[in-house]
Design a protein around this ligand. Sequence first.
Ligand SMILES: CC(C)(COP(=O)(O)OP(=O)(O)OC[C@H]1O[C@@H](n2cnc3c(N)ncnc32)[C@H](O)[C@@H]1OP(=O)(O)O)[C@@H](O)C(=O)NCCC(=O)NCCS
Length: 418
Amino acid sequence: MEFDIRPAKDEEMGQLGLMGSYSYAGAFGDGEDNVVATSTKAEWTLCAFDDAVRTDKDQATMATSFCAFPFTTRVNGKAMAMAGISTVGTRPEYRRMGLLRKIMTRAFAEQRDRGQTIAGLWASQAAIYQRYGFTHAGLNRNYAVDTVDIQLAADPANAALTQPVVNRYTPAQGLDAAREVYKNFIAQRTGYLHRGKSLWLNSTLDETTPDGPVYIAIAGSLHAPLGYVVYTLRANLVDNRARAQEIKIRDFAWLDLASYQSLWRFIGKHDLVGRVTWANAPMDDPALALFQEPRMLHSQDTEASWWRIVDVAGALSQRGYDVEADINIGVAGDDLAKWNNGCWRLSTEEGGAKASVAASSKSADVTLSVKSLTSLFCGMYRARDLANWGLIDGDASAITRLDRLMATQYAPHCPDHY
Ligand SMILES: CC(C)(COP(=O)(O)OP(=O)(O)OC[C@H]1O[C@@H](n2cnc3c(N)ncnc32)[C@H](O)[C@@H]1OP(=O)(O)O)[C@@H](O)C(=O)NCCC(=O)NCCS
């Protein structure tokens, strides 16, 4: 069978919508105009078409759908271009014929040409993407806590902090202040997306769900915001005779510990709420260290977004570092992005602020797969962990050097699903 692999045309975007509606069984809407189709531009797609089988509009049939949003993310203090892969699906009639592998291989080459040195996605099934070199870039920490258990442990150092006031706003009133906090919150972090207004409105602040309306509580003031929590509040969702309401936290960002604590205290004052959920806290969220009874958070970690380095030389040179070091990194076995294989000399200067990468003819100090390198790159695992598991070759001093170099100030995290 012959397939044409190319971006969809504008007039074929209805097919993309229908592919999304079938692949995800309506989770993102049904029909041609669902959110899968309307949030994507034709030029961001790369699809497989069967010209021989015509649709009722006399178009070639879309056999596989695929798109990549042109996101900007952050890696340890630096902004980086990322391809946010989404809308992946093959019609069952065309599955197991190698179409996704073909598209993925071509997409990596095109992403590299566009300067998108990393690719990210949310996986319906991890097995699909691990074979393409994707690895965890953070986990979602899920909390479910009764408001009576929102008690922060007394700590002499914390007690001295002045708690900012917290006020609640509508999305329209609080958006600018939240955006300002978010920008500062993510500056040194890894994995968060640069959010344009439409990402805020269609994701974090989306009110077209049964959970709405959406509220934003701001710590500090609208003019000098220090933190925010975005949440919904609904009656009769909890099996509790006195506290049957539920708060769902969608997004939480803070610029200092006092603001973080004051926002939890604000949530804790909702006496009719028997359950507060936060399904996408970061792995290094401080609540477990601050709550009087951390077990009452019922903390549970689940899979979140996945990353893959598309261009090793580009990605390593664009990332932020906190130390000066040199190391020869050997990458082996990358069959989908062969330009990554080889030995790369990574050198950082000016306290880590400046990084350069060059192909090296010397022998590698450490050798690993692109998947293991990606997990180090984003701060998901330490080099020592990977070495203990047998996933890096290298002597102990090289592993320690790599760990110092790749350490991120924060654990990787992406609260936005795409
Ligand atoms: C996942 C999906 C897009 C794969 O499409 P496809 O065109 O059949 O993929 P390919 O034929 O290129 O197969 C890719 C590889 O994945 C494997 N594979 C496919 N589906 C798989 C699954 N569900 N679990 C594990 N492995 C899978 C194939 O065996 C193949 O392995 P190989 O390349 O090492 O030989 C298709 O099964 C699908 O549409 N699934 C439902 C929607 C979905 O889950 N989309 C992903 C959303 S994030």
